[in-house]
Design a protein around this ligand. Sequence first.
Ligand code: HEC
Ligand code: HEC
Ligand code: HEC
Ligand code: HEC
Ligand code: HEC
Length: 393
Amino acid sequence: MLLFFTATLLLPMSSLRAAPGSMDTFLSRFWVQPIAPQGKPQKSFSKLEASLDPSACGTCHQRQWEDWKTSLHAHAMGPGVMGQLVEVHPTDTSSLRDCTRCHAPLAEQEASLKKQLRGKKSGGTLHQQGLVCAACHVRENVRYGPPPMTPKSDGKFPHNGFVVAPAFEDGRFCAICHQFDQDGYALNGKPLENTYAEWQASRYAKQGMQCQSCHMPERRHLWRGIHDPEMTRKGVTVEAIPPVVTGGNISARLVLTNSGTGHYFPTYITPRVTVQIYQETAGGQLAEGTLREITVARHVAADLSAELADTRLAPGARAVLEYLVPRHPDALAIIVRVRVEPDHFYSGLYRSLLEAAPGSKGAGLLRAALKNSLESAYNIFERRHTLSEPPGR
Ligand code: HEC
Ligand code: HEC
Ligand code: HEC
Ligand code: HEC
Ligand code: HEC
């Protein structure tokens, strides 16, 4: 780790200093769980420099702030998470931390969350802002960041400058939350979150492409993933052979390839992707018995007790749907599509939580989360081929 000095850099003898090159040592100290309270800011700090609120950082770092606000990191304490956390007793710190260590990891966020759970109005809103700037960049009031893109002048910077940490450019920085370790929860020999290991086994790791290369191009703070149709389209290739009618049969073919995703497509147990071909009758109805589909997902039981199937696509792998089905007498068109439901697992989870306890404290939030989870579905590919009149009609 390098130190980036400014005229009056007042780094406390931070436990974060590690020998150069020992990135893992740096990361294990930086991401110590739980993150220690920041403590009192240096006397020289203005109120703005002392604030941990993302909007304060955004006063000076406008680009990161504008990006971050639109990202899922900024919404990591949404209704699906809060609907579950409101059921936890505010003194049950370890249950809270089971979730907040990834969703809102600062000690100051734990404090404001506990105040909300106790029903206090004046606790602040830092926890509601999810994965805030300071969770990734600030320890003991010191700023940490990647090596600057352009050399910085020797001038005096706000917040006493910053410490340069090359770990920010490395995928291991993301693995803290996007990979369960060896002793973490696993099904069928694979951790429930296995993104880093999937990436390590891919050609992208060999080429030196980090998580940041795809998810933070030009250091943008957008972190687009499967919830963003444009991002998902970049990660796959869809090839469709248009339908042909011969005799009484319709044949077609649809191939979905993981051509640009740096890990399994999709990486988590939560999304479901379906590759579908079916015949449609008047009024857009599915002609009975004509649907053929392949599901691309890691399907686990709702209580996470077992893996039921894993049909995800490793980098380079493909799913092929061959269609050969008699023409339905009422069919007017053939639909060929690839549908993505990013929150498929969560829809089921919210439904079962609501069924089990419809009058619980979190029920209102969970209903909102259920609605959002259903609305996030989209098609990355869709073609409608009109059929000519069948002979003799
Ligand atoms: C009063 C303005 C101001 C405020 C408020 C502020 N910063 Fe900075 N920050 C700067 C300036 C100026 C620099 C040095 C030049 C640069 O990198 O933009 C800097 C540098 C940084 C860097 C290092 C960038 C690199 O190249 O590695 C990080 C990270 C950072 N700030 C994070 C934060 C965070 C997080 C907050 C809020 C908790 C914050 N800053 C609040 C002005 C500010
Ligand atoms: C402190 C924990 C933490 C760290 C560190 C972290 N993430 Fe995340 N990330 C999360 C959480 C939690 C979510 C889910 C937010 C939500 O939807 O509630 C998320 C969501 C995402 C998503 C959106 C996924 C989707 O479903 O569309 C992407 C992409 C992502 N992170 C990439 C990264 C990358 C790349 C890094 C490293 C630079 C990183 N994350 C570092 C916790 C973290
Ligand atoms: C190791 C990090 C980690 C821990 C611990 C964790 N999550 Fe998450 N969580 C994530 C990531 C990453 C995502 C986004 C990927 C996805 O959709 O699965 C996510 C997504 C979610 C979502 C869906 C998105 C949203 O904001 O509605 C919910 C709900 C959720 N987590 C609840 C919880 C709860 C409740 C706990 C505690 C029991 C918890 N998580 C613990 C990393 C974590
Ligand atoms: C999930 C962790 C995470 C969060 C949250 C986060 N950042 Fe960053 N930030 C990073 C990483 C990682 C990099 C380096 C990316 C790279 O090198 O490709 C970075 C880079 C930066 C830089 C240097 C940019 C440059 O062009 O050199 C600044 C400044 C910064 N972040 C400020 C912020 C501010 C302000 C916020 C909140 C609005 C924020 N960050 C939120 C992880 C995070
Ligand atoms: C070669 C580009 C590339 C690299 C490298 C890459 N990703 Fe992705 N990632 C994508 C694309 C494209 C998607 C959208 C399709 C999808 O969801 O699989 C995605 C989706 C995601 C998602 C959404 C959830 C899901 O189920 O798919 C998360 C979280 C994520 N990536 C995290 C990471 C992390 C962490 C790393 C590093 C270990 C990483 N990614 C490396 C391209 C990449």
